[in-house]
Design a protein around this ligand. Structure first.
Ligand code: ASP
Length: 309
């Protein structure tokens, strides 16, 4: 039996101390802690890393502070299109959904794609029909409405730009969410869920639901969940690149993360970060932005949550 570990994130970007009130900071930290505890509870009862990452991400999807599930940002049409993915490191089974509306917990739907279909990625109306056929909880527009998020969208719309939920010099309150874990059997898993980028158009899909980019797990190397400006993460195939550096170049998790997040992504202007756990239970939570909502716990230790550098 190996010691378990789990890490979570709630998005990266221009998250600066003066942009968050002390009350907000407490609220973010407590939500991150709740997510860690949901995963830890499963791992401590000898549950699987797959169950743990799904449970942790669901907690963050249900929290309006983050850009996923209930807190998903507005797209250009004034709706919410969500993306999510999950992957199991022992057999590389994976599932994902993109551009889904009305689904309460997209990460659970991604898992159903993995377990109940022969496919990896379902999109839009097809994915929603699959959700309804499998009796997934659906919610109305009211559930996903948030006044601050709406204001954020109106500003982005007025300037006709797509914006990362927490970049730029405006107050940003939300972020994509994710979790990675190793269980006592040494199995790795990763899950990520997002509303994407504010004011996104034309069915834009980012890195989150693309296996090997925003989400990846492989028992021979590591499990990864990313957050940041998706287009850049897609160009650098971020999650798989970290895994490949470990597999083919024998880099440590830390070396591989450093190379991808601080060098390769930065070189092309890609803002963001990731959380990672390797097959030996080492954790790494690098980011090249001002902050990243993040936290982790290792078996037998106290959870740690942090926001800034
Ligand atoms: N990576 C997400 C996307 O580009 C956004 C985020 O991490 O906040 O869709």
């Amino acid at each position: 039996m190996k010691p378990f570990a789990i890490a979570v994130h709630g998005g990266a970007g221009t998250i600066l101390p003066h942009l968050l009130t002390p009350e907000k900071e407490v609220a973010y930290k407590s939500a991150l802690r709740d997510a860690i505890l949901a995963g830890e509870k499963i791992l401590a009862a000898n549950g699987s890393s797959l169950d743990a990452v799904e449970a942790a991400v669901k907690v963050l999807e249900d929290c309006p502070l983050f850009n996923a599930g209930k807190g998903a940002v507005f797209n250009a049409a004034g709706g919410h299109e969500m993306d999510a993915a999950i992957m199991n490191g022992s057999d590389k089974r994976c599932g994902a959904v993109a551009g889904v509306s009305g689904v309460k917990n997209p990460v659970a739907l991604a898992r159903a794609v993995m377990e109940k279909t022969e496919h990896v990625l379902l999109i839009g109306q097809g994915a929603e029909a699959f959700a309804k056929a499998n009796h997934f909880a659906m919610e109305s527009d009211d559930y996903f409405f948030d006044a601050f998020r709406h204001e954020q969208w109106l500003q982005a719309k007025a300037e006709d730009k797509m914006q990362l939920d927490h970049s730029e010099n405006k107050e940003k309150k939300f972020g994509t969410v994710g979790a990675v874990a190793i269980d006592r059997s040494g199995n790795l898993a990763a899950a990520t869920s997002t509303g994407g980028m504010t004011n996104k158009k034309f069915g834009r899909v980012g890195d989150t639901p693309i296996i090997g980019v925003g989400t990846y797990a492989n028992n021979n190397t590591c499990a990864i969940s990313c957050t940041g400006h998706g287009e850049y993460f897609m160009k650098e195939v971020v999650a798989y690149d970290v895994s490949c550096l470990m597999e083919y170049k024998n880099c440590s998790l830390e070396e591989a993360c450093e190379m991808v997040v601080q060098q390769k992504l930065k070189a092309i202007g890609g803002e963001g970060g990731l959380i990672a756990v390797d097959k030996n239970g080492n954790l790494c939570l690098p980011f090249n932005s001002a902050g990243m909502y993040r936290g982790f716990v290792k078996e037998g230790e106290e959870p740690i949550v942090a926001i800034y550098q």
